[in-house]
Write a protein that binds this ligand. Structure first.
Ligand SMILES: Nc1nc2c(c(=O)[nH]1)N[C@H]1C(S)=C(S)[C@@H](COP(=O)(O)OP(=O)(O)OC[C@H]3O[C@@H](n4cnc5c(N)ncnc54)[C@H](O)[C@@H]3O)O[C@H]1N2
Ligand code: MOO
Length: 439
């Protein structure tokens, strides 16, 4: 059939039918969603990453996906804790500085070697820290309690049976479970795993987190600002650093203009290497809010208002055929950070399989009155200190404005002020999320 004779069937652009998002929680009567509901919803939409074998040093901070039973005892054999002489305690029982006991030195044993022979009664053998105890010896006399003799040694102090001997299995017994499935590995865990001979472990990997900032006003730090009305992109750095601190492997893609084609192209390109995509900007009511405009084409998305300040406009999606989670954070820098703490950090921790997903809140006494937005959870920037009795105090690092990144950098905590109040009096206890260790 000639081409011009064919029947035209389909004019509409082909738009993939994305499976919808899981059913979101119902909104509050005022149309907003509570912070907890939104966080729990995002957590319910993502699953822990599948485990894989990882070299020991790359497994720090990661969650184990196997139980670890020690195949060996630690120590693996009785050995000496001191450089000195292996003896029989009964042979040196009467030794004093005034009346030393003199014993012939019948050999020596260094760490990593076997003793050359059994220790006969009435003799001593030189021994170095970590070396196995010769058969027949039951105590170690440290060099400092002797004249350090080579052929004979004078011993100035008595010894008890077992003195300076580190016993087989006194630390870890062969067959003992040393880690549970789900334990998060810290540097000390890595040390123990190496000590029991493991070079690899099965863990959940670091989530690969792609960070993108949107906005035509943004300029890469290090460059000249082309006009006085442009600003440096702080958010992609802020979020990349925060995601890395949360344990993620971060790809900071940087910024993209408000051009929908560029955003579409960039997100499509990044899907291949992402376990999670974080964007900032373009989720509010503005005429150029490109993320909100474009992302529904690329996956199942929702844009909601969360009852918090800052951080009210929030977006979430499961993007592309692989349904890669994407958290679309608001563009104001403090909003972006606070939303990261409230939503993205818990999601990263869930992907990693580490618990708890959220920061454990602590209490602190407000040093001054703190105003708050009624019906919204206020996440104010706080500075935590201690009084003379060691009790936590908190003051605000500045106002509630979501552009105040200078104040954010001075803060070491987020002060969580409840929805049902517009004023917390000086001296009241408030909830805080600590952002630095040791507070
Ligand atoms: N009519 C309304 N306007 C706004 C509302 C609203 O409800 N109605 N909500 C306000 C709130 S709250 C927030 S938060 C912001 C969120 O806006 P967007 O997510 O669309 O973000 P942008 O408009 O792109 O940017 C907001 C602000 O942040 C600056 N910004 C953006 N990206 C960066 C970056 N990477 N580094 C540094 N600074 C950045 C941007 O220049 C703007 O000043 O909307 C309010 N408006
Ligand atoms: O909610 Mo916006 O994040 O207040 O500035």
């Amino acid at each position: 059939m000639p081409l011009f004779g064919r029947k035209k069937t389909e004019d509409a652009p082909v738009r993939p039918a994305w499976d919808p998002l899981p059913l979101p929680p119902p909104a509050r009567p005022d149309g907003l969603r509570s912070l907890e509901d939104h966080r729990d919803y995002l957590l319910s939409c993502v699953q822990e990453l599948p485990p894989f074998g990882q070299q020991l040093l790359d497994a720090v901070d990661l969650a184990l996906c196997e139980e670890i039973v020690s195949p060996i005892s630690l120590p693996g054999f009785d050995n000496t804790a001191m450089d000195g002489y292996a003896v029989r305690a009964q042979d040196v029982a009467a030794a004093t500085p005034e009346a030393p006991i003199r014993l012939p030195v019948v050999g020596e044993v260094a760490a990593g070697q076997a003793a050359p022979h059994k220790l006969s009664p009435g003799t001593a053998m030189k021994i170095m820290t970590g070396a196995p105890i010769p058969v027949g010896a039951d105590a170690i006399v440290a060099y400092e309690s002797t004249d350090r003799g080579a052929a004979d040694v004078e011993i100035y102090v008595p010894s008890e049976v077992g003195q300076h001997i580190r016993r087989t299995g006194e630390d870890v017994a062969a067959g003992q479970r040393v880690f549970r499935d789900g334990d998060q590995l810290d540097p000390r865990s890595i040390g123990l795993l190496a000590a029991i001979g493991r070079d690899k472990v099965l863990v959940r990997p670091r989530p690969r987190v792609v960070v993108v900032a949107t906005g035509s006003e943004l300029v890469e730090p290090g460059r000249e600002l082309p006009s006085e009305f442009q600003i440096y992109d702080s958010n992609s750095y802020l979020l990349a650093a925060a995601a890395r601190a949360a344990g993620a492997q971060v790809y900071r893609v940087g910024m993209v203009s408000d051009d929908p084609d560029r955003v579409r192209e960039l997100i499509n390109d990044q899907l291949i290497r992402a376990d999670l995509i974080l964007t900032t900007g373009g989720v509010s009511q503005g005429d150029y809010d490109v993320v909100k405009a474009v992302m529904p084409e690329l996956g199942a998305t929702e844009f909601v208002q969360v009852a918090m300040q800052p951080g009210k406009p929030q977006g979430f999606g499961l993007i592309g055929g692989e349904r890669i989670p994407m958290i679309m954070l608001p563009g104001n820098p403090v909003s972006a950070f606070v939303s990261f703490e409230a939503f993205a950090r818990p999601v990263i921790r869930k992907l990693m399989g580490v618990t708890p997903h959220t920061r454990a809140p602590v209490r602190a006494r407000a040093t001054h009155a703190m105003g708050s937005t009624m019906s919204r959870r206020q996440l104010a920037r706080g500075i935590v200190t201690h009084d003379d009795d060691g009790n936590r105090l908190v003051s605000l690092a500045g106002g509630h404005g979501s552009h105040l990144i200078g104040n954010l950098a001075r803060a070491n905590a987020l002060v969580v002020l409840p929805e049902e109040t517009d004023l917390v009096a000086a001296g009241e206890q408030v909830e805080v999320w600590l952002l630095s260790e040791g507070l």
